[in-house]
Write a protein that binds this ligand. Structure first.
Ligand SMILES: Nc1ncnc2c1ncn2[C@@H]1O[C@H](COP(=O)(O)OP(=O)(O)OP(=O)(O)O)[C@@H](O)[C@H]1O
Ligand SMILES: [Mg+2]
Length: 408
C-alpha cells in the first residue's frame, strides 16, 4: 500500500518535472491571429488600400471587397488582421470605426441572426429575437448614425448566406446605401468565401457591385509553409525542440494537403503532443508521422497486402530507416541498404537498383512513399524519400504481419 502511494507520488513528481516541448500552446490555437502573416503582406496592403479612403471620409464611402481562396489559405486570418489594424488606424485618427467579423455558417446562413450579432456588438441589450432582418438593419443604421460611426461587416463563409437566403437578401445588403440617398454611408462589406461559384446565383448588378474588388489568396507552396511554420515554432515551442527537418516534413505534408496552413499548424501541434506523451523532449519526424496518421485515414491493410514481395521488402527497409532515424528524409541509397538487410532476413536475393526505382515510383503512386528532389545547398541535389501518411512503426508492423501471413 505504502509502495503504491510512493509510486503515485513519484509519477506526480515526474509529471511536474517533465519538460514539455511547448512554450505557449495558445499560439497554435485555431483562433490565434498572429501580428504578422508571412506571404500575405501584399494582400494585406491591398485590402488596407481599398479601405484607406474610409479613414479620411468615412461617411462618404461604403466599400465592398471579396476575399477568396482555397481552404487554409489565410482568408479569415487576413481579414481579422486587417480588421484589427484598421481599427487601430481609425482610433489614431479619431474616426469611429467598428470591425465586426461574423461567420455566416455559424448562424446557419440566416441574415437576421447575422445582423443580430452585428447589432449586439453596438447594443448588447438589443433583444435577441422577434425582429426581422429589415428591422434589425434599421436599428443598426440608426445607431451608427447617432454615433456617427462606420461599420466594416466581414461576412465569413459568405456562400452559406447566399445558399440560405438566396439572391434577394444579398441584393438588399449590397443596395443598402442606395436606399439611403443623400445620407452618410455607414456599412462596408468584406465577403469571404472559398470559391466564387455561388456568386453565379446572384443577378448581374449585385454581382458586379460585389466583384469589383476581389482579393484572391493563392495556395501556399512548400517554402511559404516553411516560413509560416518557422514563425509559429518560435512563438509556441521551447527553443531547440523542433529540428529543421520536422518543419520541412510538416510543410511537405501540408503542401500535399492542398497547401493548407491550418493543416500544417495543427499537425505540428499534434506532433508536439505525441512528443510530450512519449517524453521525448524534442519533436521527431516519427511524431509528425504519427500525428498525420491520426488525422488522415491511415494505410489500409489491404493496400499492404496487395503489394508484391519485393515492394514489401523495400518498404520494410524504408520503415526500418525512418524508425531509427531522427531525420525525416532518407536517400535512396540508405533505403537500398536497409532493403538488402530485409531481403537477407526473409531469405530473398535482392533485386537490382533499376528495379528499386520502379518500386519507389509505384509506392509513391499509391501515396505510401513520397519523393522530393532536394534543393542545391544543404543536402546537395539528390532524390530523397519520406513517409507521408503513416508512422514508420505502424508501417513496419503492417508489413511484418503481411509478410508473416504468407504474403511472400
Ligand atoms: N500567412 C500566414 N501566416 C501565418 N499564419 C497563417 C497564414 N495563413 C494562414 N495562417 C494560419 O493558418 C490557419 C488557417 O488560416 P485561415 O483560418 O485564415 O484559413 P481560411 O482561408 O480562412 O480557411 P477556410 O477556407 O477553411 O475558412 C490559421 O491558424 C491561420 O492563423
Ligand atoms: Mg476561414
Amino acid at each position: 500500500m505504502k509502495e503504491a502511494g510512493l509510486t503515485a507520488k513519484f509519477e506526480v513528481e515526474k509529471l511536474k518535472f517533465r519538460h514539455s516541448v511547448f512554450k505557449d500552446e495558445a499560439k497554435l490555437d485555431i483562433n490565434y491571429i498572429p501580428n504578422r502573416l508571412p506571404h500575405r503582406e501584399k494582400e494585406h496592403r491591398l485590402i488596407m488600400e481599398f479601405f484607406s479612403f474610409l479613414l479620411q471620409f468615412p461617411e462618404k464611402m461604403a466599400q465592398r471587397v471579396i476575399v477568396t481562396g482555397d481552404i487554409g489559405t489565410g482568408k479569415t486570418a487576413l481579414c481579422q488582421r486587417f480588421g484589427a489594424d484598421m481599427t487601430l488606424e481609425a482610433n489614431k485618427r479619431r474616426v469611429k470605426l467598428r470591425y465586426v467579423h461574423v461567420n455566416c455558417r455559424e448562424y446557419r446562413g440566416k441574415l437576421s441572426l447575422i445582423l443580430q450579432h452585428a447589432v449586439n456588438v453596438l447594443l448588447p441589450t438589443f433583444p435577441k429575437r422577434g425582429f426581422s432582418s429589415e428591422e434589425i438593419l434599421g436599428t443598426l443604421l440608426q445607431n451608427l448614425d447617432e454615433e456617427n460611426a462606420h461599420m466594416i461587416l466581414a461576412l465569413d463563409e459568405f456562400d452559406s448566406l447566399i445558399e440560405n437566403e438566396g439572391a434577394d437578401a444579398v441584393y438588399n445588403l449590397t443596395r443598402l446605401q442606395e436606399m439611403r440617398v443623400g445620407k452618410p454611408q455607414r456599412i462596408s462589406l468584406v465577403c469571404i468565401m472559398r470559391d466564387l461559384e455561388s456568386m453565379k446565383s446572384l443577378d448581374d448588378s449585385a454581382r458586379s457591385t460585389l466583384q469589383r474588388n476581389v482579393i484572391r489568396l493563392e495556395k501556399y507552396g512548400k517554402d511559404q509553409l516553411v516560413d509560416i511554420l518557422s514563425e509559429r515554432v518560435q512563438m509556441a515551442f521551447e527553443p531547440a525542440t523542433i529540428p529543421e527537418d520536422v518543419v520541412f516534413l510538416t510543410a511537405d505534408l501540408a503542401r500535399d494537403e492542398s497547401g493548407n496552413a491550418r493543416f500544417a499548424i495543427e499537425l505540428l501541434w499534434r506532433a508536439g503532443k505525441y512528443a510530450d506523451a512519449e517524453d521525448h523532449g524534442t519533436v521527431t519526424p516519427e511524431c509528425v508521422r504519427k500525428a498525420v496518421s491520426s488525422i488522415i485515414p491511415t494505410l489500409q491493410k489491404s493496400e499492404v497486402d496487395s503489394l508484391g514481395l519485393h515492394e514489401k521488402l523495400f518498404l520494410l527497409g524504408a520503415a526500418q530507416v525512418f524508425k531509427d532515424s531522427e531525420k525525416a528524409y532518407a536517400s535512396l541509397a540508405e533505403i537500398e541498404e536497409a532493403y538488402a538487410v530485409a531481403c537477407e532476413e526473409f531469405d530473398e536475393p535482392p533485386n537490382s537498383h533499376t528495379q528499386l526505382w520502379k518500386y519507389v515510383q509505384m509506392l509513391s503512386g499509391l501515396g505510401i512513399l513520397k519523393t522530393e528532389v532536394s534543393g542545391a545547398g544543404q543536402r546537395g541535389r539528390s532524390t530523397l524519400v519520406y513517409l507521408p501518411a503513416v508512422s514508420a512503426e505502424e508501417l513496419e508492423r503492417a508489413l511484418r504481419a503481411s509478410l508473416g501471413r504468407g504474403g511472400r
